[in-house]
Design a protein around this ligand. Structure first.
Ligand code: SAM
Length: 269
């Protein structure tokens, strides 16, 4: 079923739906945009697709020719979609993405519930071991958290993890008027392409190390590394060895430098 402004209101009325802000329920009501977002997936073989939070089915409609599992936490929406798409390739599951086994999916798509955007992206990067492409819509403000590079304001461990595993690209901005109810801010699409060979134990460990080193962003890398290693002399040695100025802050250290730090810590190179 194509979801536009009219059908959205009809479904809400039919289900007597109490829209849950607490679950980030802002439904996409522009079918042209829904279709163009779904087109970013373009599976070529029989890739397994996961849609997170199908809601009223705005994107889901355009995924029905593929092998798609749709995971929705809201039992009322789950039942509605399960009944609507009874005899199709679509498989609906009622559940919480943060407790769901995502290991089997090749591609993941979602108009993300904004209240757990970072948690979901992090969970997927760490656990969706086969996923090659992730297509997300998120609040525009959240995008830099994933895309910013060294010396930028929102450079972060999760952005570093994405760089270690693949690359991220900012795509179209979607005005808040294309949603019902309309949120306070616009959204933006991002596409993350991942190299499954880079989903290694070492890259995950580098991410964990960066998470610790970013814990006190205002402090120097020397302070953060000292706390991480519980050894100031070792921290000084390690930074010297890698030509990293100890007075820099975590956001001034490049991904390559974090990799070198990790390697000299673990492989004595
Ligand atoms: N895909 C629909 C669209 O584009 O119109 C709905 C998107 S809405 C922004 C987010 C959806 O995620 C809602 O349907 C909400 O119920 C669902 N959701 C929220 N938290 C969830 C969770 N932890 N696991 C699975 N789905 C969740």
């Amino acid at each position: 079923m194509i979801v536009d402004s009219q059908t959205c209101k009809e479904i809400i009325k039919l289900l007597n739906l109490n829209i849950k802000k607490s679950l980030g329920q802002n439904f996409l009501i522009n079918p042209n945009i829904s279709e163009s977002i779904a087109n970013y997936l373009l599976p070529i073989n029989d890739e397994k697709i996961l849609e997170i939070g199908p809601g009223l089915g705005s994107l889901t409609h355009y995924l029905s020719n593929y092998t798609t599992t749709c995971l929705e936490i809201d039992p009322i929406l789950f039942k509605f979609l399960n009944d609507t798409y009874k005899n199709t390739n679509l498989n609906f599951i009622n559940g919480d993405i943060l407790k769901f086994d995502v290991g089997d999916y090749d591609m993941i798509i979602s108009n993300l519930p904004y209240y757990i955007t970072t948690d979901i992206v992090t969970y997927l990067l760490l656990h969706a071991k086969k996923a090659k492409r992730m297509v997300f819509m998120m609040q525009k403000e959240a995008v830099n958290r994933f895309c910013d590079t060294v010396n930028c304001k929102d450079y972060s461990p999760i952005g570093i993890l994405i760089s270690l595993l693949g690359k991220i690209k900012k795509e179209i901005i979607i005005s808040k008027n294309n949603f019902y109810p309309s949120p306070n801010v616009d959204s933006q699409m991002v596409v993350i392409d991942l190299d499954i060979n880079k989903k290694t134990r070492d890259n995950y460990a580098i991410y964990k190390m960066c998470k610790s080193l970013f814990q006190n962003k205002r402090k120097t890398i020397l302070n953060n590394l000292t706390m991480y290693l519980k050894d100031k002399n070792k921290a000084i040695q390690l930074l010297n060895k890698n030509n990293i100025n100890p007075l820099l802050r975590p956001e001034n250290i490049s991904v390559e430098e974090y990799v070198k730090l990790y390697q000299s810590l673990h492989f004595s190179v």
